[in-house]
Design a protein around this ligand. Structure first.
Ligand code: PHE
Length: 339
Protein backbone atom coordinates (compact mmCIF):
# COMPACT_ATOMS: atom_id res chain seq x y z
CA UNK A 1 0.00 0.00 0.00
CA UNK A 2 2.83 2.30 0.86
CA UNK A 3 4.34 1.60 -2.61
CA UNK A 4 1.01 2.31 -4.29
CA UNK A 5 0.80 5.66 -2.48
CA UNK A 6 4.37 6.59 -3.39
CA UNK A 7 3.58 5.69 -7.00
CA UNK A 8 0.60 8.06 -6.97
CA UNK A 9 2.89 10.80 -5.69
CA UNK A 10 5.57 10.18 -8.32
CA UNK A 11 3.21 9.75 -11.28
CA UNK A 12 1.01 12.68 -10.45
CA UNK A 13 4.08 14.89 -10.01
CA UNK A 14 5.51 13.73 -13.32
CA UNK A 15 2.24 14.53 -15.10
CA UNK A 16 2.00 17.89 -13.36
CA UNK A 17 5.48 18.83 -14.59
CA UNK A 18 4.36 18.41 -18.16
CA UNK A 19 0.90 19.97 -18.01
CA UNK A 20 0.36 22.88 -20.44
CA UNK A 21 -3.17 24.10 -19.87
CA UNK A 22 -5.55 24.80 -17.01
CA UNK A 23 -8.00 22.26 -18.49
CA UNK A 24 -5.56 19.34 -18.46
CA UNK A 25 -4.55 20.41 -14.95
CA UNK A 26 -8.15 19.96 -13.85
CA UNK A 27 -8.24 16.53 -15.54
CA UNK A 28 -5.18 15.49 -13.52
CA UNK A 29 -6.78 16.71 -10.30
CA UNK A 30 -9.87 14.59 -10.99
CA UNK A 31 -7.72 11.62 -11.99
CA UNK A 32 -5.84 11.53 -8.64
CA UNK A 33 -7.93 13.41 -6.09
CA UNK A 34 -11.47 13.11 -7.47
CA UNK A 35 -14.22 10.99 -5.93
CA UNK A 36 -13.29 8.14 -8.25
CA UNK A 37 -9.64 9.15 -8.28
CA UNK A 38 -6.63 6.92 -7.66
CA UNK A 39 -5.81 8.22 -4.17
CA UNK A 40 -9.43 7.87 -3.06
CA UNK A 41 -9.44 4.31 -4.44
CA UNK A 42 -6.36 3.41 -2.38
CA UNK A 43 -7.81 4.92 0.78
CA UNK A 44 -10.96 2.89 0.30
CA UNK A 45 -8.86 -0.28 0.50
CA UNK A 46 -7.53 0.72 3.96
CA UNK A 47 -10.13 -1.49 5.69
CA UNK A 48 -7.87 -4.52 5.10
CA UNK A 49 -4.97 -3.01 7.04
CA UNK A 50 -3.88 -3.95 10.54
CA UNK A 51 -4.56 -1.69 13.54
CA UNK A 52 -0.92 -0.55 13.70
CA UNK A 53 -0.55 0.08 9.97
CA UNK A 54 -3.78 2.05 9.49
CA UNK A 55 -2.79 5.37 11.16
CA UNK A 56 0.66 5.33 9.52
CA UNK A 57 -0.75 4.72 6.05
CA UNK A 58 -3.55 7.19 6.79
CA UNK A 59 -1.03 9.85 7.69
CA UNK A 60 1.02 9.12 4.55
CA UNK A 61 -2.11 9.28 2.37
CA UNK A 62 -3.04 12.68 3.89
CA UNK A 63 0.49 13.92 3.35
CA UNK A 64 0.48 12.83 -0.30
CA UNK A 65 -2.97 14.39 -0.87
CA UNK A 66 -1.66 17.66 0.56
CA UNK A 67 1.52 17.41 -1.57
CA UNK A 68 -0.45 16.80 -4.74
CA UNK A 69 -2.90 19.59 -3.89
CA UNK A 70 -0.06 21.99 -3.27
CA UNK A 71 1.65 21.02 -6.51
CA UNK A 72 -1.63 21.54 -8.39
CA UNK A 73 -2.00 25.01 -6.89
CA UNK A 74 1.57 25.94 -7.79
CA UNK A 75 1.08 24.66 -11.31
CA UNK A 76 -2.18 26.60 -11.66
CA UNK A 77 -0.44 29.78 -10.53
CA UNK A 78 2.40 29.15 -12.96
CA UNK A 79 0.07 28.41 -15.88
CA UNK A 80 -2.00 31.51 -15.20
CA UNK A 81 1.12 33.63 -15.15
CA UNK A 82 2.35 32.15 -18.39
CA UNK A 83 -1.01 32.86 -19.94
CA UNK A 84 -0.97 36.45 -18.71
CA UNK A 85 2.55 37.00 -20.00
CA UNK A 86 1.54 35.67 -23.39
CA UNK A 87 -1.46 37.99 -23.51
CA UNK A 88 0.58 40.99 -22.40
CA UNK A 89 3.09 40.25 -25.13
CA UNK A 90 0.49 39.87 -27.87
CA UNK A 91 -1.51 42.90 -26.76
CA UNK A 92 1.51 45.12 -26.26
CA UNK A 93 1.02 48.74 -27.26
CA UNK A 94 4.11 50.82 -27.82
CA UNK A 95 3.04 54.25 -26.64
CA UNK A 96 6.27 55.74 -27.94
CA UNK A 97 5.46 54.86 -31.57
CA UNK A 98 4.65 57.87 -33.76
CA UNK A 99 0.86 58.09 -34.19
CA UNK A 100 -1.01 58.03 -37.47
CA UNK A 101 -1.78 61.70 -37.63
CA UNK A 102 -4.96 62.85 -39.32
CA UNK A 103 -3.98 66.12 -40.94
CA UNK A 104 -6.34 68.85 -39.79
CA UNK A 105 -6.91 71.62 -42.30
CA UNK A 106 -7.21 75.27 -41.45
CA UNK A 107 -9.31 78.12 -42.69
CA UNK A 108 -8.33 79.89 -45.87
CA UNK A 109 -7.01 83.41 -45.13
CA UNK A 110 -9.96 84.85 -47.02
CA UNK A 111 -12.48 82.81 -45.01
CA UNK A 112 -10.86 84.07 -41.81
CA UNK A 113 -11.20 87.71 -42.85
CA UNK A 114 -14.74 87.12 -44.08
CA UNK A 115 -15.65 85.63 -40.68
CA UNK A 116 -14.19 88.70 -38.96
CA UNK A 117 -16.06 91.11 -41.23
CA UNK A 118 -19.32 89.21 -40.77
CA UNK A 119 -18.88 89.36 -36.97
CA UNK A 120 -18.36 93.13 -37.09
CA UNK A 121 -21.53 93.74 -39.10
CA UNK A 122 -23.60 91.15 -37.23
CA UNK A 123 -22.61 93.12 -34.13
CA UNK A 124 -24.24 96.18 -35.75
CA UNK A 125 -27.48 94.30 -36.42
CA UNK A 126 -26.86 93.13 -39.99
CA UNK A 127 -27.96 89.71 -41.27
CA UNK A 128 -26.23 87.66 -43.98
CA UNK A 129 -27.83 87.28 -47.43
CA UNK A 130 -26.81 85.32 -50.50
CA UNK A 131 -27.59 85.56 -54.18
CA UNK A 132 -26.94 83.41 -57.27
CA UNK A 133 -23.64 83.60 -59.13
CA UNK A 134 -25.46 82.98 -62.42
CA UNK A 135 -27.58 86.11 -62.40
CA UNK A 136 -30.18 87.78 -64.57
CA UNK A 137 -28.89 90.66 -66.68
CA UNK A 138 -31.82 92.60 -65.21
CA UNK A 139 -30.60 92.23 -61.59
CA UNK A 140 -26.92 92.75 -62.41
CA UNK A 141 -27.42 95.86 -64.58
CA UNK A 142 -30.93 97.17 -65.40
CA UNK A 143 -32.44 97.21 -61.92
CA UNK A 144 -29.18 98.83 -60.71
CA UNK A 145 -29.68 101.75 -63.08
CA UNK A 146 -26.94 100.87 -65.59
CA UNK A 147 -28.07 102.37 -68.89
CA UNK A 148 -28.07 100.27 -72.06
CA UNK A 149 -24.65 101.63 -73.07
CA UNK A 150 -22.77 101.25 -69.81
CA UNK A 151 -19.27 99.91 -70.62
CA UNK A 152 -19.45 97.17 -67.94
CA UNK A 153 -22.19 95.50 -70.03
CA UNK A 154 -19.78 94.86 -72.89
CA UNK A 155 -19.13 91.21 -73.79
CA UNK A 156 -15.46 92.15 -73.51
CA UNK A 157 -15.94 92.69 -69.77
CA UNK A 158 -18.67 90.29 -68.73
CA UNK A 159 -19.29 86.53 -69.13
CA UNK A 160 -22.72 86.07 -70.66
CA UNK A 161 -24.53 82.72 -70.54
CA UNK A 162 -27.16 84.02 -72.98
CA UNK A 163 -29.00 87.30 -73.57
CA UNK A 164 -30.69 87.25 -70.19
CA UNK A 165 -28.13 85.47 -67.98
CA UNK A 166 -24.57 86.21 -66.98
CA UNK A 167 -22.00 85.45 -64.31
CA UNK A 168 -22.63 88.35 -61.91
CA UNK A 169 -19.98 91.07 -62.15
CA UNK A 170 -20.73 92.39 -58.64
CA UNK A 171 -22.64 91.40 -55.50
CA UNK A 172 -24.89 94.47 -55.90
CA UNK A 173 -27.74 92.43 -57.51
CA UNK A 174 -28.31 90.97 -54.03
CA UNK A 175 -29.41 94.51 -53.02
CA UNK A 176 -32.22 94.31 -55.55
CA UNK A 177 -33.20 90.73 -54.68
CA UNK A 178 -33.33 91.65 -50.98
CA UNK A 179 -35.39 94.81 -51.47
CA UNK A 180 -37.84 92.91 -53.68
CA UNK A 181 -38.62 90.33 -51.03
CA UNK A 182 -38.04 92.29 -47.82
CA UNK A 183 -39.50 95.61 -46.78
CA UNK A 184 -37.50 98.16 -44.73
CA UNK A 185 -35.89 98.29 -42.24
CA UNK A 186 -33.19 96.36 -44.13
CA UNK A 187 -29.67 95.73 -42.89
CA UNK A 188 -27.86 93.02 -44.83
CA UNK A 189 -24.37 91.86 -45.71
CA UNK A 190 -24.00 89.73 -48.88
CA UNK A 191 -20.63 88.08 -49.52
CA UNK A 192 -19.94 86.03 -52.63
CA UNK A 193 -18.03 85.30 -55.82
CA UNK A 194 -18.13 87.66 -58.79
CA UNK A 195 -16.77 87.33 -62.33
CA UNK A 196 -15.19 89.67 -64.85
CA UNK A 197 -13.32 88.96 -68.10
CA UNK A 198 -9.88 89.87 -66.73
CA UNK A 199 -6.55 88.25 -67.52
CA UNK A 200 -4.98 86.53 -64.50
CA UNK A 201 -2.06 88.37 -62.93
CA UNK A 202 -0.82 89.31 -59.46
CA UNK A 203 -3.77 91.65 -58.87
CA UNK A 204 -6.47 90.41 -61.27
CA UNK A 205 -8.52 87.26 -61.63
CA UNK A 206 -11.65 86.47 -63.70
CA UNK A 207 -13.19 85.27 -60.41
CA UNK A 208 -12.89 87.18 -57.16
CA UNK A 209 -14.90 87.96 -54.02
CA UNK A 210 -16.97 90.90 -52.91
CA UNK A 211 -18.94 91.77 -49.81
CA UNK A 212 -22.01 93.89 -50.36
CA UNK A 213 -23.81 95.87 -47.68
CA UNK A 214 -27.22 97.51 -47.75
CA UNK A 215 -29.17 99.57 -45.22
CA UNK A 216 -32.64 100.92 -45.99
CA UNK A 217 -34.94 102.65 -43.54
CA UNK A 218 -36.70 105.94 -42.89
CA UNK A 219 -34.30 108.85 -42.43
CA UNK A 220 -31.04 107.10 -43.43
CA UNK A 221 -28.43 109.71 -44.42
CA UNK A 222 -24.82 109.99 -45.54
CA UNK A 223 -23.95 110.41 -41.83
CA UNK A 224 -25.15 106.84 -41.17
CA UNK A 225 -23.04 105.62 -44.09
CA UNK A 226 -19.92 107.37 -42.84
CA UNK A 227 -20.43 106.41 -39.20
CA UNK A 228 -21.06 102.74 -40.00
CA UNK A 229 -18.12 102.36 -42.36
CA UNK A 230 -15.73 104.32 -40.13
CA UNK A 231 -16.65 102.07 -37.20
CA UNK A 232 -16.16 99.02 -39.43
CA UNK A 233 -12.66 100.20 -40.45
CA UNK A 234 -11.68 100.82 -36.83
CA UNK A 235 -12.83 97.34 -35.79
CA UNK A 236 -11.07 95.65 -38.71
CA UNK A 237 -7.77 97.55 -38.63
CA UNK A 238 -7.63 99.00 -35.09
CA UNK A 239 -8.96 102.02 -33.17
CA UNK A 240 -6.34 104.43 -34.52
CA UNK A 241 -7.47 103.84 -38.14
CA UNK A 242 -8.70 106.97 -39.93
CA UNK A 243 -11.03 106.99 -42.94
CA UNK A 244 -11.66 109.46 -45.73
CA UNK A 245 -14.31 109.58 -48.41
CA UNK A 246 -13.62 110.65 -52.00
CA UNK A 247 -16.40 111.47 -54.47
CA UNK A 248 -16.92 108.73 -57.04
CA UNK A 249 -19.55 107.43 -59.43
CA UNK A 250 -21.70 104.30 -59.39
CA UNK A 251 -24.91 104.12 -61.43
CA UNK A 252 -26.91 102.75 -58.47
CA UNK A 253 -25.83 105.22 -55.76
CA UNK A 254 -26.14 108.99 -55.58
CA UNK A 255 -24.04 110.54 -54.20
CA UNK A 256 -21.29 107.93 -54.46
CA UNK A 257 -17.92 107.71 -52.77
CA UNK A 258 -14.85 105.58 -52.31
CA UNK A 259 -13.54 105.08 -48.79
CA UNK A 260 -9.82 105.01 -47.97
CA UNK A 261 -8.28 103.86 -44.67
CA UNK A 262 -4.94 104.82 -43.22
CA UNK A 263 -2.55 102.10 -44.34
CA UNK A 264 -2.52 99.30 -41.76
CA UNK A 265 1.11 98.45 -42.64
CA UNK A 266 2.63 101.90 -41.91
CA UNK A 267 -0.20 103.56 -39.93
CA UNK A 268 -0.34 106.32 -42.51
CA UNK A 269 3.36 107.17 -42.65
CA UNK A 270 3.75 105.92 -46.22
CA UNK A 271 5.23 102.63 -47.37
CA UNK A 272 5.46 100.20 -50.28
CA UNK A 273 2.00 98.74 -49.59
CA UNK A 274 0.22 102.12 -49.87
CA UNK A 275 2.60 103.41 -52.57
CA UNK A 276 3.79 106.08 -50.09
CA UNK A 277 0.38 107.76 -49.87
CA UNK A 278 -0.42 106.56 -46.36
CA UNK A 279 -3.92 105.57 -47.57
CA UNK A 280 -5.48 102.37 -48.90
CA UNK A 281 -8.68 102.25 -50.93
CA UNK A 282 -11.05 99.83 -49.23
CA UNK A 283 -14.53 100.09 -50.69
CA UNK A 284 -17.10 101.81 -52.87
CA UNK A 285 -20.27 103.18 -51.33
CA UNK A 286 -23.10 105.65 -51.71
CA UNK A 287 -26.72 106.54 -51.00
CA UNK A 288 -29.03 104.09 -52.79
CA UNK A 289 -30.26 105.80 -55.97
CA UNK A 290 -33.98 106.71 -55.79
CA UNK A 291 -34.52 104.93 -59.11
CA UNK A 292 -33.14 101.67 -57.62
CA UNK A 293 -35.48 101.93 -54.62
CA UNK A 294 -38.39 102.55 -56.98
CA UNK A 295 -37.35 99.61 -59.21
CA UNK A 296 -37.72 97.40 -56.11
CA UNK A 297 -41.11 98.79 -55.09
CA UNK A 298 -39.78 100.93 -52.21
CA UNK A 299 -41.01 104.52 -52.15
CA UNK A 300 -37.96 106.83 -52.29
CA UNK A 301 -40.09 109.66 -50.86
CA UNK A 302 -40.43 107.68 -47.61
CA UNK A 303 -37.29 105.56 -47.44
CA UNK A 304 -33.62 106.11 -48.10
CA UNK A 305 -30.59 103.93 -47.73
CA UNK A 306 -26.90 103.42 -48.26
CA UNK A 307 -24.91 100.62 -49.85
CA UNK A 308 -21.30 99.60 -50.00
CA UNK A 309 -19.18 96.98 -51.70
CA UNK A 310 -15.66 95.81 -50.98
CA UNK A 311 -13.17 93.37 -52.45
CA UNK A 312 -12.54 90.57 -49.98
CA UNK A 313 -9.47 89.32 -51.83
CA UNK A 314 -7.73 92.69 -51.58
CA UNK A 315 -8.62 93.24 -47.93
CA UNK A 316 -7.24 89.76 -47.04
CA UNK A 317 -4.06 90.34 -49.05
CA UNK A 318 -3.47 93.66 -47.30
CA UNK A 319 -4.08 92.16 -43.88
CA UNK A 320 -1.70 89.24 -44.36
CA UNK A 321 0.86 90.94 -46.60
CA UNK A 322 0.12 88.58 -49.52
CA UNK A 323 1.47 90.10 -52.72
CA UNK A 324 0.07 87.77 -55.38
CA UNK A 325 -3.65 87.12 -55.84
CA UNK A 326 -2.95 83.84 -57.64
CA UNK A 327 -1.74 82.29 -54.37
CA UNK A 328 -5.26 82.69 -53.00
CA UNK A 329 -6.75 80.31 -55.56
CA UNK A 330 -4.09 77.61 -55.90
CA UNK A 331 -5.18 75.91 -52.68
CA UNK A 332 -1.64 74.86 -51.89
CA UNK A 333 -1.68 73.61 -48.29
CA UNK A 334 1.83 74.98 -47.71
CA UNK A 335 0.39 78.43 -48.40
CA UNK A 336 -2.93 78.10 -46.61
CA UNK A 337 -1.46 76.59 -43.45
CA UNK A 338 0.58 79.76 -42.85
CA UNK A 339 -2.46 81.72 -41.67
N1 PHE B 1 -20.67 97.08 -56.96
C1 PHE B 1 -19.64 98.08 -56.92
C2 PHE B 1 -18.39 97.56 -57.61
O1 PHE B 1 -18.33 96.39 -57.93
C3 PHE B 1 -19.29 98.47 -55.50
C4 PHE B 1 -20.40 99.18 -54.80
C5 PHE B 1 -21.33 98.51 -54.07
C6 PHE B 1 -20.47 100.58 -54.85
C7 PHE B 1 -22.34 99.18 -53.41
C8 PHE B 1 -21.49 101.24 -54.21
C9 PHE B 1 -22.40 100.55 -53.48
O2 PHE B 1 -17.47 98.31 -57.90
Amino acid sequence: MRDKLEKVRQESFRELEKVETIQSLEEIRIKYLGKKGELTGILRGMGGLSEEERPIIGQLANEIRDNVNEKIEQTAYFLNRKDLEKRLKSEFIDVTMPSKRKPIGNKHPMTKILDEIKEIFIGMGFTIEEGPEIEKVYYNFDALNHNKYHPARDVQDTFYINEDLLLRTQTSPVQVRTMEKQKPPIRILAPGRVYRADEIDATHSPMFHQIEGLVVDKGITMANLKGTLDMFAKQLYGESTKTKFRPHHFPFTEPSAEMDCTCAACKGAGCRVCKNSGWIEILGAGMVHPKVLANCGIDPEIYSGFAFGMGLDRISMLRYGIDDLRLMFENDKRFISQF
